[in-house]
Design a protein around this ligand. Structure first.
Ligand SMILES: Cc1cc2nc3c(=O)[nH]c(=O)nc-3n(C[C@H](O)[C@H](O)[C@H](O)COP(=O)(O)OP(=O)(O)OC[C@H]3O[C@@H](n4cnc5c(N)ncnc54)[C@H](O)[C@@H]3O)c2cc1C
Length: 398
């Protein structure tokens, strides 16, 4: 039996643990936080991630707490004119054989951690920040911040965007500010006009900013993410409150639906933080250590795929270990397959920043008219199944 250590109990760490436990490995997660959980925000998961939820045995539980949107519409910031539409709900499920779900992060995380608990009750160690590692000929030692050491055959760095495992593996680098700052806000749907936006998921695009709006928890809660270009840099952290007036001012001149959301939101619960771009890594692994999720490929959220990539990583890593004859061979297989696809997604997310923030209606209409976003995403993004993809073929190299 392989002893696998995972630094970080976010969505990526939990999914990797689940896939590896199902394959019969012994897995321990070391999580820095004193308790498990996720922040109060939404997350969208397309079929490329929800296939893995079925594999883990949590898809039905997730569906019970999710919202399944009929479509995502890209709309002009002021008039609300629809520029493009993506078919979701039944069409997404028919095309890709798994659903498109919109979830509250806390629900998603709780369902995954309960499943890990079922598979191995003492899998997750809390209050256990990783500080680094030391590789040996036959394994790896995880160094914890309290000075203790744990031995395993493989260490997975799933410790997020500020990963200490990545820093030791590939060295320190300085992320670059994109110039984008990100707001988040939640609104109970009973505070909004009835049948608000008909349950549609919407992306509002406009000069130097955009907004993403969608529903959670059976449609009872609305999630708002607003991205505005700003010179001011503040911390890259989800939990910094900012004055409601700043959010209100940022969206003046925008469609009444956006203004209604901001008006009805909790004025003491508006959060904003800066978004950075991180350089692509040429390698995510050494002999006994691999990165996964945001530790490996932090991304801008403009394709809603950061966590979906982490989920894919976990499933592919488990398959690579099952396939290869040794851990170093498995890690080579894993990164060779995963780097091209995740790079394409990270670059695609960045490109959306330019598309969504074009300076006027004419250029927005013109650039959206050149695209068929529904087909583009169906062709390569959502159609990927990490449980069946040919991991020995470098299918995503450009
Ligand atoms: C505004 C916004 C919207 C988004 N929307 C979507 C979306 O709709 N769909 C989607 O797929 N993705 C989305 N994402 C991206 C997604 O949130 C992330 O990609 C995903 O959460 C990454 O998961 P992870 O497990 O790799 O990292 P994290 O969620 O950051 O988890 C890392 C874990 O490691 C722990 N940790 C950190 N350091 C240590 C240490 N030294 N030792 C031990 N533990 C440690 C942390 O406490 C945490 O529990 C969005 C992101 C943003 C910013």
């Amino acid at each position: 039996m392989t002893k696998i250590l995972i630094a970080g109990g976010g969505i990526g760490g939990l999914v990797a643990a689940g896939c590896l436990l199902l394959d019969g490995h012994d897995v321990d997660i070391y999580e820095q936080a004193p308790e498990l959980g996720e922040i109060g925000a939404g997350i969208q998961q397309s079929a490329n991630a929800t296939h893995v939820m079925r594999h883990l045995g949590v898809l039905d539980a997730l569906k019970e707490v999710a919202f399944v949107p009929p479509v995502t519409e890209f709309r002009l910031f002021d008039t609300g004119e629809v520029l493009q539409s993506l078919e979701l709900a039944a069409t997404h499920e028919e095309r890709h054989k798994a659903p498109y779900l919109q979830l509250h992060r806390a629900d998603y995380h709780a369902i995954l951690s309960a499943r890990i608990h079922d598979l191995k009750p003492d899998c997750i160690r809390l209050n256990a920040p990783a500080a680094g590692f030391r590789e040996t000929t036959d394994g790896v030692i995880l160094l914890l911040a309290d000075g203790s050491e744990v031995f395993g055959n493989l260490l997975i760095g799933a410790d997020g965007i500020k990963s200490v495992i990545r820093r030791q593996l590939v060295g320190k680098y300085r992320p670059k500010y994109t110039g984008d700052s990100c707001w988040r806000l939640m609104v109970p749907v009973d505070h909004l006009p009835s049948n608000f936006l008909q349950g549609k998921s919407t992306v509002w695009v406009g000069p130097a900013r955009h907004a993403v709006v969608y529903f959670l928890r059976g449609g009872s809660l609305l999630n708002f993410v607003g991205v505005v270009e700003l010179d001011e840099w503040i911390q890259e952290s989800w939990t910094q409150k900012r004055p409601w007036d700043e959010l209100w001012d940022d969206y003046q001149g925008w469609n009444q639906n956006i203004l209604t959301i901001i008006q009805k939101g909790d004025r003491d619960a508006c959060y904003r933080w800066s978004l950075n771009v991180h350089p692509h890594l040429d390698s995510w692994a050494s002999g006994r250590v691999a990165l996964l999720g945001d530790a490996a490929h932090p991304t801008l959220p403009y394709l809603a795929q950061g966590a979906a990539m982490a989920v894919e990583d976990g499933a592919v890593l488990a398959r690579a270990i099952a396939r290869a004859g040794s851990i170093p061979d498995a890690l080579r297989l894993y990164e060779t397959h995963r780097i091209p696809r995740t790079r394409k997604i990270v670059d695609g997310s960045f490109a959306n920043r330019n598309l969504f923030h074009l300076p006027d209606e004419t250029s927005l209409r013109r650039e959206f008219a050149k695209r068929n976003i529904d087909k583009e995403r169906a062709d390569w993004l959502y159609s990927y199944n990490p449980l069946t993809a040919d991991i020995e073929a470098d299918a995503f190299a450009s």
